[in-house]
Design a protein around this ligand. Structure first.
Ligand SMILES: Cc1cc2nc3c(=O)[nH]c(=O)nc-3n(C[C@H](O)[C@H](O)[C@H](O)COP(=O)(O)OP(=O)(O)OC[C@H]3O[C@@H](n4cnc5c(N)ncnc54)[C@H](O)[C@@H]3O)c2cc1C
Ligand SMILES: *[C@@H]1O[C@H](CO)[C@@H](O)[C@H](O)[C@H]1NC(C)=O
Ligand SMILES: *[C@@H]1O[C@H](CO)[C@@H](O)[C@H](O)[C@H]1NC(C)=O
Ligand SMILES: *[C@@H]1O[C@H](CO)[C@@H](O)[C@H](O)[C@H]1NC(C)=O
Ligand SMILES: *[C@@H]1O[C@H](CO)[C@@H](O)[C@H](O)[C@H]1NC(C)=O
Ligand SMILES: *[C@@H]1O[C@H](CO)[C@@H](O)[C@H](O)[C@H]1NC(C)=O
Ligand SMILES: *[C@@H]1O[C@H](CO)[C@@H](O)[C@H](O)[C@H]1NC(C)=O
Ligand SMILES: *[C@@H]1O[C@H](CO)[C@@H](O)[C@H](O)[C@H]1NC(C)=O
Ligand SMILES: *[C@@H]1O[C@H](CO)[C@@H](O)[C@H](O)[C@H]1NC(C)=O
Length: 618
């Protein structure tokens, strides 16, 4: 190790010790005040007026340009990746880091995973819509999908479901096969472990870390739910897996969450809170980056807007874009890095011709999935739920994602191709209509009963369809055009795979466990499909599966690889052909994994921090 690079020790260890001897109760000096602030947040979310562009963020009232300063590194975005990077880079005492985040602070409301759905209708969300779709999201207003992305300290890790799911070892071996040396499973496992502090048991010891910043836990079950789910899937021959982040993935499991006691353990909570006093880290919130300045194919700094003022900041060593799989492409393209033709059409001077925003991949989700039971769950007041929450109990300690099932429809030893998530407590119909923004006639047809139904979603893990992110215009206030393009593959493999998951759910509904407990799959009313096909037929399901979709795991918009025709960054995450510029976020993941994207993104950032330390010999 170079003597110039003195590495700061972990300063949060004492804090962890202190927290572990107190419990959740002492955290709110005034419980009533907390309940009231929750009620205010819920009501604000219900009244939230959706923006149509980002002019609220970029509202320049002053014609001067201000200099913010010069730093060794500038990181764009304090999300899942950016928070981890900011922590690891400022371990080097001699390095200064500016972390720019478009959103504001996270808070005690966003710390409650059970309130996740309210955060969608708040300023913590970019609230994107997809472009109008032809093969998916057909039930949405204007045939658009809603696309949520965190715009807040912690990024999407502050508004996500916090499921900690790494995927299958074969996923990472694939990354290496695609031309990324050093990204095989054996190479990435140490980085998963580095960030993690697993606190649940039983777990596969060798697969987990005990000393990292990120708490991973399995909270107590919903009373009565485990026997139902494990019993029914056992009848279908699916094994119970204690730890899907261990050796075996396929089967039925309790979901692991990034959770510290009862609170969301976002990357901001895990990686930024403990290092607030570091003098070499400057975090600037409400700072919207509009451009990376590139001179002579070298990144020199950024331009951003904060509180009505336009600023420039300079980077001595590197600019790192961690703005996420949709926003990093937007910033790169606004700065002249992207597909030549697209940039020329918009009259953006082309600095580097790269397939930015192409090859977008995601997990298509089908969301209108619910089972009716004859049992009443959690028919209690908000106040009572918050009391349970204080005692680390459901239903608010997580969202409705209690169990997760991975299935390979062809070969149970291979990586899975579909995932099913099931849990309590279903959102109310009002919440769902406001989250999904379905065609208005559905408002009358929805029949979901939060007190008796459990809900879930299914998703396809390795889709063939490809989407894109492009610019609507050169105005940074305009939201990027996001086209998921699900179920558009010519041979119909994607929709057929989703239907495979439906068939499993239909069989589940027929199991003795479900029958004996009077639990059944609900077939929704879907006029556009009911009018064309026999209800419950394969054709009907194909139609229904295209109506109610969602996505949250976007990757590969700035893929890593060694071919400049198909990738944007190299396997060290440096932008091809540009000096001093990296992308470090979910967008560099070259191919969709069999898990969720939060844990892998954290791993990517951990690894990137080591690349950077190595590059500058620290
Ligand atoms: C609703 C939802 C549920 C999800 N559930 C799960 C789950 O349960 N498990 C899981 O593994 N994954 C989940 N995900 C996905 C996971 O959260 C993301 O894959 C992950 O957070 C991606 O990390 P990132 O660093 O690439 O981007 P982000 O975490 O989105 O961070 C990007 C940051 O950059 C900021 N930014 C963007 N543009 C600019 C700009 N121009 N200037 C300044 N700042 C900017 C953003 O505000 C944001 O803070 C979910 C995502 C969502 C949205
Ligand atoms: C997204 O679509 C919804 C429903 O049509 C609309 O209310 C909202 O304004 C749209 N958002 C943007 C950014 O266009
Ligand atoms: C961050 O940088 C700005 C601009 O240089 C400066 O005004 C501010 O004091 C810095 N904050 C910290 C915590 O270093
Ligand atoms: C939401 O809750 C947070 C944390 O308790 C609080 O700081 C904030 O003021 C609340 N928001 C509203 C709109 O009341
Ligand atoms: C790129 O990666 C592929 C796949 O691993 C490999 O066959 C090829 O030789 C690599 N090309 C270069 C230029 O490194
Ligand atoms: C850009 O590079 C060229 C050739 O290396 C050099 O002549 C020129 O001065 C550089 N321009 C700037 C602005 O640094
Ligand atoms: C929930 O409780 C209320 C009030 O006690 C009662 O009227 C209602 O029937 C209950 N709902 C269910 C589904 O049990
Ligand atoms: C299942 O997948 C494994 C691992 O790839 C492979 O070795 C095996 O031959 C496959 N079995 C069948 C029946 O396809
Ligand atoms: C639910 O249905 C099962 C099977 O019909 C029955 O045994 C059980 O008593 C019912 N439970 C309730 C709460 O009605």
């Amino acid at each position: 190790m170079n003597v110039r690079c003195f590495i700061i020790m972990r300063e949060d260890l004492l804090l962890i010790l202190l927290i572990s001897i107190t419990n959740g109760f002492t955290h709110y000096t005034d419980f009533n005040e907390f309940v009231e602030s929750v009620e205010r947040n819920i009501s604000a979310s219900e009244k939230y007026i959706r923006p149509t562009d980002n002019s609220k963020l970029i509202h320049v009232t002053d014609s001067n340009i201000y200099e913010f300063g010069t730093f060794d590194f500038i990181i764009i975005g304090a999300g899942a990746a950016g928070s981890v990077l900011a922590n690891r880079l400022t371990e080097v005492e001699q390095w200064t880091v500016l972390l720019l985040e478009a959103g504001g602070s996270d808070n005690a409301f966003s710390d409650v995973l059970g309130f996740q759905s309210y955060l969608y209708n708040s300023d913590m969300n970019w609230r994107y819509n997809s472009t109008t779709q032809k093969t998916c999201c057909l039930g949405g207003i204007n045939q658009q999908c809603r696309y949520h992305r965190g715009k807040v300290r912690g990024g999407s890790s502050t508004i996500n479901a916090a499921m900690y799911v790494r995927g299958h070892p074969e996923d990472y071996d694939r990354w290496e096969e695609l031309g990324n040396a050093g990204w095989s499973y054996k190479d990435v496992l140490p980085y998963f472990k580095k960030s993690e502090k697993a606190v649940f048991t039983p777990r596969v010891q060798d697969s987990h870390g005990d000393n990292g910043y990120l708490f991973v836990d399995i909270p107590p079950p919903t009373p009565g739910f485990d026997p139902l789910i494990f019993g029914a899937f056992e009848e279908l021959g699916l094994p119970k897996i204690n730890d899907y982040n261990g050796e075996h993935v396929n089967g039925v499991s309790k979901t692991q969450f990034t959770l510290k006691k009862n609170k969301r353990c976002s990357t901001s909570r895990a990686f930024l809170d403990p290092i607030q006093h570091r003098k070499n880290l400057n975090v600037s919130l409400n700072s919207f980056v509009t451009k990376i300045s590139i001179i002579n194919k070298t990144a020199h700094g950024v331009e951003f807007v904060k509180n009505g003022r336009l600023y420039t900041a300079k980077a001595r060593k590197e600019v790192i874009s961690s703005a996420g799989a949709a926003n990093s492409p937007q910033i790169l393209m606004l700065s002249g890095i992207g597909p030549r033709k697209h940039l020329q059409d918009l009259k953006v001077p082309v600095i580097q011709d790269l397939p930015v925003g192409q090859n977008s991949q995601d997990h298509p989700l089908y969301t209108m999935l619910y089972f009716r039971t004859n049992t009443t769950f959690y028919n209690i007041t908000l106040r009572e739920k918050l009391i349970l929450y204080q005692k680390n109990q459901r239903p608010l300690i997580t969202g409705p994602h209690e169990t997760v099932i991975f299935i390979n429809l062809q070969n149970s030893t291979h990586r899975p191709d579909v995932e099913i998530v099931l849990g309590f407590q279903a959102p109310t119909e009002e919440q769902l209509t406001s989250i999904w923004q379905l065609d208005t006639f559905y408002n009358e047809l929805l029949d979901i009963r939060p007190q008796t139904d459990f809900i879930g979603f299914i998703s396809q893990l390795h889709p063939k369809s490809r989407g894109s992110v492009t610019l609507k215009s050169t105005d940074p206030r305009d939201m990027p055009l996001i086209n998921p393009n699900f179920f558009s593959d010519e041979d119909g493999y994607d929709i057929e795979t989703m239907y495979g998951a439906i068939q499993i759910l239909e069989r589940l509904s027929e199991t003795e466990t479900f029958q004996n407990n009077d639990v059944r799959l609900v077939y929704p009313k879907v006029p556009p499909c009911d009018n064309l096909h026999e209800r419950k037929s394969k054709q009907w399901w194909h139609c229904v599966l295209r109506q109610f979709n969602w996505f949250a795991h976007q990757v590969a918009t700035t893929s890593m690889g060694n071919d400049t025709r198909t990738s944007v960054v190299n396997s060290r995450l440096q932008v091809h052909g540009i000096q001093n510029l990296r992308v470090v976020d979910a967008g560099v993941i070259p191919e969709e994994i069999s898990g969720h994207t939060y844990a892998p993104t954290i791993m990517v950032a951990e690894k990137a921090a080591d690349f950077i330390k190595e590059y500058f010999q620290c």
